[in-house]
Design a protein around this ligand. Structure first.
Ligand SMILES: [Zn+2]
Length: 467
């Protein structure tokens, strides 16, 4: 059953495999979007969580892992299989997500209708205790090592090259009633070749059935080679102006990639030695997880840093700010500097304060390196709005706004086609995790490349896989 990230959705990834009387869930992601609608979908699974025997988790992004605590809260007690790095990342990501849920309820309490008891205060979707209970169920496995998920189902993870620890899940399924064997691969989110730090997406063994993401099924990204040069130009510009470079970045992966490139440019002497601040406690914690998983790094990271006894996440210029006081103190500092902070779409967190304090100064530069959803402050900056509202007050946008879209961690149309073309034995392809236009355009692209038997499942659709 396709229980999320299907029918044109890109969030809430959940795919249920039913075989030999067992139920195995691939991912348990959170639906994101309009709050009430998303909450309803997150709380009401189209199956009974108590009946799920095991979960196989592709990676730590919240739209793939974030609903696990609700699954557990509603009675799931089985194992959650994932890679070692995904387990360590979820440790921070799920606790942070629970913290946000709890804080949102505190924030609602300030509204009159809840304070006066006129309306009933909703419960948080899950609490830190629910997240902690979930983390106890994690079983981590190395890449390329087979493991038994349930009777008749053997799985192996292959590096998806999307974020640290991300995996393609390859399953060998033995339907005992029919005495038939089928192989199935779920891409999770597929990365791109040449991403900083990460290895390229790994090939998989022969596969009958593919469940593939199609986030950018109709898009081609800018070349990655330009990232280093473009970033150097921008840092040099801000240093000449004596201004601040503000980079809103997601705490997981994008922040580490930006740090990697800045450290590389410093090492090569291509940018001046100005202070760089990573001002996000979550990004700091996630960077610690990166440090402890060098086995996931690519050859370039080894050659550029590790072989010389250096770390891609440390330099004399780089400072990790943890406390609120340290973060506030950045406002008082003068001179050129780089500030990397979350949230990635400028909607909450410390980045909003940095934008408030710096957006009206033409010496400064704001660099957008990630996707900005409609109506977010980040999107308004990308659109070129001359005035934006921050904490309810209007601010003139006088800082320069630059956008770099080459950072994307998702395969584009040609990456997806190329990857699928290399898979042996494909008999059927299910297109998931893509908006309507992306999925449909990618279906056409597959047909034009002589692929057959392509299916676009609807939300909650049950498909009988009988080849
Ligand atoms: Zn992802």
């Amino acid at each position: 059953m396709f229980a999320g990230a299907s029918g044109g959705d890109v969030t809430g990834s959940k795919h249920l495999i039913m075989v030999n009387g067992k139920k195995i869930l691939l991912d348990c992601g959170m639906f994101q979007g309009k709050r009430d609608e998303a909450d309803q979908k997150n709380m009401n699974f189209p199956f009974d969580p108590k009946e799920i025997d095991a979960v196989v988790l592709s990676h730590a992004h919240i739209d793939h892992s974030g609903n696990l605590p609700i699954l557990v809260k509603q009675g799931f007690t089985g194992p959650i299989f994932c890679t070692h790095a995904t387990r360590d990342l979820c440790n921070y990501m799920l606790l942070d997500s629970a913290y946000i849920q709890e804080r949102e309820i505190e924030w609602l309490l300030k509204k009159k209708k809840y304070r006066t008891g006129k309306s009933e205060l909703p419960e948080p979707l899950y609490t830190i205790v629910d997240a902690e209970n979930t983390l106890k169920l994690f079983h981590s496995v190395s890449y390329e090592k087979s493991f038994i998920v349930e009777d008749g189902v053997v799985a192996s993870f292959y590096d998806a090259g999307h974020i640290l620890g991300s995996a393609l899940t390859h399953l060998i399924i033995h339907d005992k009633e029919k005495d038939k064997r089928t192989t199935l691969c779920y891409t999770g989110d597929l990365g791109r070749r040449g991403l900083a730090i990460l290895r390229d997406p790994q090939g998989i063994p022969p596969t009958d059935i593919l469940l593939t993401e199609t986030t950018y099924g109709n898009r081609l990204h800018s070349a990655l080679q330009t990232v280093e040069e473009d970033l150097a130009v921008i840092v040099n510009q801000v240093a000449e102006r004596g201004g601040k470079l503000i980079i809103p970045a997601f705490a997981l992966e994008r922040s580490q990639e930006v740090i990697y490139y800045l450290n590389l440019l410093l090492k090569k002497g291509k940018i001046p030695s100005i202070p760089i601040y990573l001002d996000s406690p979550l990004a700091g914690n996630v960077t610690e997880v990166f440090r402890s998983h060098p086995e996931c790094f690519d050859k370039e990271t080894y050659n550029d840093f590790l072989s010389g006894g250096k770390s891609p996440f440390d330099s004399l210029e780089l400072h990790y700010t943890r406390s609120v006081e340290e973060s506030k103190a950045l406002n008082e500092k003068s001179g050129s500097m780089v500030i990397i902070s979350a949230s990635g779409m400028c909607e909450h967190g410390r980045i909003v304060h940095h934008l408030k304090n710096n957006i009206e100064d033409p010496k400064n530069i704001v660099l957008i390196v990630g996707y900005q959803a409609a109506y977010t402050l980040g999107r308004k900056l990308v659109q070129g709005d001359k005035q934006v509202n921050i904490f309810g007050d209007p601010y003139d946008v006088k800082a320069s706004i630059y956008v770099m879209d080459a950072f994307s961690a998702h395969a584009d149309r040609s990456d997806l086609l190329e990857y699928i073309d290399r898979i042996d034995g494909l008999k059927k392809i299910f297109l998931i995790h893509g908006e309507k236009s992306q999925r449909e355009a990618f279906e056409e692209a597959l047909i034009a490349n002589n692929f057959e038997n392509i299916y676009l499942p609807e939300f909650q659709e049950v498909v009988d896989i009988d080849l």
